[in-house]
Design a protein. Sequence first.
Length: 289
Amino acid sequence: KDLMAWQQIKDSNGNIINAEAETSSATDGDMEISYGLILAHKIWGEADEIDYKNEAVKRIAALMDSCVNKKDYILTLGDWVKGIKENNFKYVTRSSDFILYHIRDFIKFDKNHSNEWNLVIKKINSIISEQMKRQSKDNGLMPDFFIGSKGKYIAPKVKVLETIHDGDYYYNSCRIPWRYSMDTILNNKPVTSQLHTLNNWIKRETSSNPENIKSGYYIANGSPGKPFGSSNDLSFIAPFLVSSIIEKGNDAWTLSLWNTLINKPITKCTFYENTLKLISMIVATGNWY
C-alpha cells in the first residue's frame, strides 16, 4: 500500500487513474520516489506540513518488504513478483535498479532494515563483479536483466520480460552510466572497475564521437560489445555525460557529449530521451542537490 502503481493514464473524464485494475509497482520507480522524499526532507526539513522523512521511511520499508528477495537479497522487478505463487521472476533482477546512492540513504533512514539493505549492496557488487569476469570484462556493459542460474546471476539468452535483448545493453541498462556514477559524484566512492572499463570502451568504440553511440549493444545474444541499434538516440547518449565527469582527462569527450545533447531539439526526442537528457545535464552542471 505504500508503493506506487508503475503507470497512470488519463481516463475519458480527465481523471488520472491507474492503468490497470490489478496495480503493480516497478522497483526503480519506488526507489526514485523514496529518494525524492529524502531530498525533500533534506531541503525543507520540518518546515513543511508534510513529514517527508516519515513518508520516505514508509516507502523504503515497503520496498524491503515487497521488492527484495530475502533469500538472495536481490532487488526483484516489483511488488507483483511477490504476489505470484509459482513464477520464475523471484530470481530476476534489473541492472539499472542497482542504484547504490539511493540505497546508502535508505540505510541511514530505514534503520530497522539497515542490515538488510547492506546485504542488498553486497549482492549488487557481487553480481557486477561476476559479470565483469564474463562477457563484460572488456567493455563494462551490463545487461538489461540478470537471471539466477546455478547460484549465479547471468545475462539471459532469451526474452525474460520485455524483449529478445533482455540479456543485452538496451533500454533499461542505458541508464547505468548515470545511475552508477552518482555514487562517486555524491558519496566520493572510488570509480569502479566496471565504470572505468565502460568509459574507456565507449570512447574507443565511437572514436570519441557521441553520435556514433548506438541504441543497443550485444552482451549475451551476440558478440559482446557489438552494436545492433541505431544512432542519435539520446537515451543511450545522455547517461554517458554523467559517467564522463567522474574521471579526469575526459574534458573534450564531456563537451562533445554536451553539444550532442544540445543539438537534438526537444521536439525530435521521445519523452525518455528528454528525461535522461535533462537529468544528465542537471548532474553535469553541478545542480544536483
